[in-house]
Design a protein around this ligand. Structure first.
Ligand code: PNS
Length: 189
C-alpha cells in the first residue's frame, strides 16, 4: 500500500548520519508519535499543522506486544491514519513501532519529535517525556504544536469510553474511525 510503512523498519541498524538530516528532501523530517487508539480529529489537526512545517512527517503508532490493552491493533491504527488523511499521501508516512521512541527516531533519521498540546494539564506529562527523550538522545528535538480550540477536550481514551457505551462521537473522530467503531462494537454485542 502506497505510503504505508508497516513495521518494516524495525530491527534496522542505527543510521550513521546525524538524526533528521537526510530523510526528507530538505532534511526536515519529523515524527509525530502516539498511541492513536484511535486517531481523533485532534490528531488530524496536529498532523496537518505538522505537514505545514515539516517536509515529511511520520506518524508513528507506539505499541507494546507484551502489554497492549488497545482497542485497535497497530495495523488497524496505521490504516486509520492513512484513511483519515488521503490528501497528504506522499508527505505523510504512517508506521508502527515498539521499543524506545528515540531508537525509532534514529532508525528513520528523524531529528524532530512533534507532540500536540491541548490544555495546561498536558504539560507535566509532556515535560517529563521531553526531558527523558532529550537525556536519551540529545540530537532529537521535541516541538509542540497546539490543536485548534475545538479539539481541546478530545482524547482517544474518552472517545473510546463514550463510543463503547453507545454515545455519539461523530464530532470527535474521522468518518473512517466511526465506521470501525460501529463494526467493532457490533461484533462485540
Ligand atoms: O498518545 P500517547 O499515549 O500520549 O503517546 C505516548 C508515547 C507513545 C509517545 C510514549 O508513551 C512513547 O514514546 N512510547 C514509546 C516508549 C518510550 O520511548 N518511552 C519513553 C518515553 S520518554
Amino acid at each position: 500500500m502506497a505510503g504505508v510503512r508497516k513495521k518494516k523498519v524495525q530491527g534496522k541498524k542505527t543510521a550513521s548520519r546525524r538524526p533528521g538530516t537526510s530523510s526528507a528532501p530538505d532534511g526536515r523530517m519529523a515524527i509525530y508519535p502516539g498511541s492513536f487508539d484511535p486517531i481523533t480529529k485532534g490528531h488530524v489537526d496536529i498532523i496537518r499543522r505538522a505537514c505545514n512545517v515539516f517536509s515529511q512527517v511520520t506518524v508513528a503508532v507506539a505499541y507494546n506486544p507484551n502489554k497492549d490493552e488497545a482497542m485497535f491493533s497497530p495495523d488497524e491504527r496505521v490504516q486509520m491514519i492513512h484513511d483519515a488523511l488521503p490528501e497528504l499521501k506522499g508527505r505523510l508516512i504512517a508506521d508502527s513501532f515498539t521499543g524506545l521512541l528515540v531508537d525509532y527516531a534514529r532508525r528513520i533519521d528523524a531529528g524532530v519529535l512533534v507532540r500536540g498540546l491541548r490544555a495546561v494539564s498536558d504539560f507535566e506529562y509532556e515535560f517529563q517525556m521531553t526531558m527523558m527523550n532529550r537525556h536519551l538522545c540529545p540530537d532529537v528535538e521535541t516541538v509542540f504544536l497546539m490543536a485548534g480550540e475545538q479539539h481541546f477536550y478530545t482524547s482517544s481514551r474518552l472517545v473510546k469510553e463514550v463510543a463503547t457505551f453507545g454515545g455519539d462521537v461523530t464530532n470527535f473522530v474521522p468518518p473512517e474511525v466511526l465506521d470501525r467503531f460501529h463494526k467493532r462494537l457490533k461484533n462485540k454485542r
